[in-house]
Design a protein around this ligand. Sequence first.
Ligand code: PEP
Length: 247
Amino acid sequence: MRRKLAAGNWKMNGLAEALSELNELTVTYGEAPVDILICPPATLIDRASEAAEGSAVAIGGQDCHPKTSGAHTGDISAEMLRDSGASHVIIGHSERRDDHGESSTLIAAKATAAYDAGLIAVVCCGEHLSTREAGETLPHIGKQIAESLPDAATAENTVIAYEPVWAIGTGLTPTVEQIAEVHDFIRAELVARFGETTANGIRLLYGGSVKPSNAAEIFATSNVDGALVGGASLKAADFSAIIDALV
Ligand code: PEP
């Protein structure tokens, strides 16, 4: 039985006062029957980790460098995230793939760095609209998954987020049939590569314009084990409504 996960990605949003939203979550979810994750900007990880201590809310980074240390100005290693109190890290978000030209090979190296640091990697995949319109979604996702996941991926160290790029921050969402098609496909690809036990333990999140009004329908979809949420994770009230739809 896979434990559900509601993950929030604050992206490049949030100064110190944003911690009040996190505080609201930690009060509401001292305990929870699902896993809850907030990935604030790197500048807040330390304080967010302290604020979330003793609650059901885990804290994660939004990216990491594949190396542990060295001359990489502006980058953050997985070990540094762990040292700041993070337990998870998002890897290969489409905004990293597109804005920073990140390849799936690099993403696999980052996931390995996350494992080595004891972090859970939330590995993202997803197609652009042109890929979907060309009927190439499944081969595209299959390639991304094959290349972005290290052989060392397990149910304990890896979560996968399917995020169609055209649904991120746009208010557009795929139909539940489209979500199910991709999630069922990812599960089958995982079974083929990692075997039933590992594959059936890896959680598959959907991401892309999840909000309180559509969360329940998405969570009822085949092989959807939770959500990676951008905009609607910035306000505790909205994110709580999404968490509650998962319970
Ligand atoms: C995201 O960027 O991971 C995301 C899903 O964003 P939004 O929920 O705002 O579409």
